[in-house]
Design a binder for this molecule. Structure first.
Ligand SMILES: [Zn+2]
Length: 326
C-alpha cells in the first residue's frame, strides 16, 4: 500500500448512520455543526506512511502516521462513531500498535473520539493548556445565545479524555526511527500544536490552518495568529499541509488564509478609525471582504462573528481562555 502515493477512500454516509444509530450522541453545538450530507471523511495519503482524513461530517480533519514500530493519530473528530471508522481504516493498512494520539487543541470537534484510541492502548498528548481547557472551555459551545447546557451535554464534556502527557514548547516523538515533531504555536486558542513529519515534509496544522474556509475565531488572538502563519510558511516552504478544516493545502493556500486574517484585521481597524461600530461596522467590513472571500464556506454564518470578535480583540475587550497555572 505504500506504493500508492495518493489513496482515496470514501466512506458511505449510509454505513455511518447505521453504525451511529444505537449510540445516542449529543448533537454538536451550532458553531461546530458539520454539513448534514456527504461522507463523514475521505482518506488521503499526502506522504509515505502519512494519512489525512479530510472531514465532511466528522468535525475537524484528523490523520495518522505509521512509523517503524507504532502509529500516531492526530485528532479524533467530533464524536466517537467517525473515530471508530478511522480506527478501522488504520487497521486496514497496518497492525502496528496505536501508541499515541496528539490533540492539536481542545475544541470538541477535534477531541471527542479520543476514547476510541485510549481503549486500544493509546496515550494522549497535548499542549498543557489543552488539558486545562478540554473539560471546562468546551462547555461554552453549548452556552451560546444564552443557552444552558443540558445534563447530557455536560456529561459529554465531563467525559472528554484529557491528555496523559502535556508539554510546553516542543516535543519529539519517535516512532521507531521515524521522528514526529510537535510544536506549540499561538493564535487560534493559545493551546495549539502543529505536528510535523520531517521525512515526509508533511505538517498537520490543526486549526492554525484553514484551507479556503472561514475560521472559528471564538478563542483567537489574530495578531499572534498572522505571525504564527508567517513562521509556519517560512519554516516549511515546500511542505504539504493538512489543515484543521478544508482539503490538503499548499504553502499558497496557507498564505491565502494568512491574508484573510490580515485583511479582516485591517478592514475592522479602518472601520473603527472611521467611527463605526456594531452592525454598521459588521456590514461595512463584510462588503469589503466579500469579493475576495465570499465564496469560502462559512462566510455568511461565521463572517459576521469573525468581524465582531476581531473588533473586540482590537478594542482590548475580547475574552480568551487563560493559560494553565504553572
Ligand atoms: Zn476545528
Amino acid at each position: 500500500m505504500l506504493r500508492h502515493f495518493i489513496t482515496s477512500l470514501v466512506l458511505a454516509a449510509a454505513t455511518l448512520v447505521a453504525q451511529s444509530a444505537p449510540q445516542a450522541q449529543t448533537p454538536a453545538p451550532a458553531e461546530q455543526q458539520p454539513p448534514a450530507q456527504g461522507p463523514a471523511f475521505v482518506l488521503k495519503q499526502p506522504g509515505r506512511g502519512v494519512y489525512a482524513a479530510i472531514s465532511g461530517r466528522a468535525g475537524g480533519n484528523t490523520g495518522f502516521i505509521i512509523g517503524d514500530d507504532a502509529v500516531l493519530v492526530v485528532d479524533t473528530f467530533i464524536s466517537q462513531p467517525p473515530a471508530r471508522d478511522l480506527l478501522a481504516e488504520i487497521r486496514k493498512v497496518t497492525n502496528l500498535p496505536i501508541k499515541y494520539v496528539v490533540n492539536t487543541h481542545y475544541h470538541l470537534d477535534h477531541v471527542a473520539g479520543n476514547a476510541i484510541f485510549t481503549a486500544v492502548g493509546a496515550t494522549v498528548i497535548a499542549h498543557r493548556n489543552e488539558r486545562a481547557w478540554v473539560r471546562t472551555e468546551n462547555l461554552k459551545f453549548y452556552q451560546q445565545n444564552g443557552a444552558t447546557p443540558t445534563p447530557e451535554q455536560r456529561a459529554t464534556v465531563d467525559a472528554l479524555v484529557e491528555p496523559n502527557i502535556t508539554y510546553d514548547h516542543a516535543l519529539e516523538i519517535n516512532l521507531g526511527g521515524r521522528p514526529v515533531r510537535v510544536v506549540y504555536l499561538p493564535g487560534h486558542t493559545g493551546g495549539d500544536s502543529v505536528v510535523y513529519i520531517p521525512d515526509a515534509n508533511v505538517v498537520f496544522t490543526g486549526d492554525l490552518g484553514w484551507n479556503q474556509r472561514i475560521p472559528n475565531l471564538i478563542d483567537a488572538t489574530t495578531s499572534a495568529w498572522v505571525e504564527t502563519l508567517d513562521r509556519i510558511v517560512a519554516a516549511h516552504p515546500n511542505a504539504t499541509f493538512v489543515p484543521g478544516h478544508g482539503d490538503i493545502a499548499t504553502t499558497a493556500d496557507l498564505k491565502a488564509f494568512r491574508d484573510y486574517l490580515s485583511d479582516l484585521r485591517s478592514a475592522v481597524q479602518k472601520a473603527q478609525a472611521a467611527g463605526q461600530s456594531g452592525d454598521a461596522l459588521t456590514q461595512a467590513v463584510l462588503a469589503q471582504l466579500k469579493p475576495k472571500y465570499g465564496a469560502w464556506p462559512g462566510f455568511e454564518r461565521l463572517g459576521p462573528l469573525n468581524i465582531q470578535q476581531t473588533a473586540a480583540e482590537l478594542q482590548g475587550t475580547k475574552k480568551v481562555p487563560q493559560p494553565a497555572a504553572e
